[in-house]
Design a protein around this ligand. Sequence first.
Ligand code: AMP
Ligand code: MG
Length: 421
Amino acid sequence: MSRFVGHGRDEVTPAAELIPVEAHLEAILAMLPHPEPIELRTADGLGLILAETATCATTLPASDNSAMDGYAVVAADLAATTREQPVRLAVTGEVAAGEAGALEVAPGTCVRIMTGAPVPPGADAVVPVELTMAEEDGAHVAFHLPARAGDNIRRAGEDLVPGLELVAAGRRLAPADVALLTAAGVTSVVCLPAPRVVVMSTGDELVPADREPGPGQVRDSNGPMLAAMVRATGGVPFVTGAVPDDRDALREAFESNLGHADLFVCTGGASAGTRDLLADVVAELGEAEAVSVAMRPGMPQIRGRIGSTPVIGLPGNPVSSYVSFEVFVRPAIRALQGRRDVHRPTVVARAVEPLTAPPHKRGYLRVRLARDGAAWTVRPTGAQGSHLITSIAQADGLAIVPESVTEVRVGDEVRVMLLVD
Ligand code: AMP
Ligand code: MG
């Protein structure tokens, strides 16, 4: 067990006691277990990382087949065809997609053929129906244009052959991959499963959304918010509901959820007194560390582990929770998914309103982005207090103001994390 005691309020924490954002993130990523691959039906693998390369065992198209509705012919029969002197061929039958086709095409004859139907033996070209004229008797058809061998025929094995690599290990399955694997007859895939994330709100003052808060009480909005963020990241959330600030209740909540948790994400208990409670309980069950991270919002953070299950503790203020999920939890969930691209994309934008940030800490400001010609511009969503949920709801980016900067003036450039999925 290792932990050091949490620090007090944001303003009074000496800069020397702050740890860099990267240090906390790296420590979190380093404590994540390696996910165990599972076998799933191919369609259920959508969005997941493939753990084993999928290889083709079949040929597609399975045989030469028609690319058009038309007539299967011997191309040589139409060598001398002109508009003035069309060639007439006897129609000996019809073959549709899905039919094995017992017919053969002898010189001087043709077979009516549908798209996808196997090309009958003897035929070496298909003439689209639009370029022919059927005769009234239905038994003959006239051709006005010459055909070349191979016209409108899809060749066997043009798409897939045995041994072809279909989807490489490490790739995230996209809808087109599901099509490719299914067409090749690959009915199951070995993937890294979506991480199961237990979201635990803590606080004596919290009531569920459907209860009217009494004096001093507040609705637990972090639980549903974090569950939504887990889901948007591709994890599977389990919400415990609000757990009181009580050792036994917290211990019981961890123990009863451990069996289905790949990761615990907790909020609350971040203020000086109660914060120790959460870190203490996690430390009792495993190990925990309470740290002050050089960022605002989101300074007080907890990281720990119960058995091999990582625990991340975020401050309870909704904005702090939101920002620290973006900075620490989202990358962790993506790493658990086996993704290498764990970070949000960023753009550089020009401030059209000033942004202020604290000294010695990285500021994450809730902003709105806009385009000005080829450039991005950025303005704050309004007041930036860490209790103001409106400030996150209106944001489509987080401006990242470096530790050494306290003021971004109008016209200055600032890096912005894009919050759009
Ligand atoms: P704490 O981190 O427990 O000190 O909480 C800081 C602030 O965030 C307090 O005003 C809490 O009431 C509020 N808060 C804590 N947890 C939640 C939650 N789950 N939903 C909404 N607000 C919360
Ligand atoms: Mg609390």
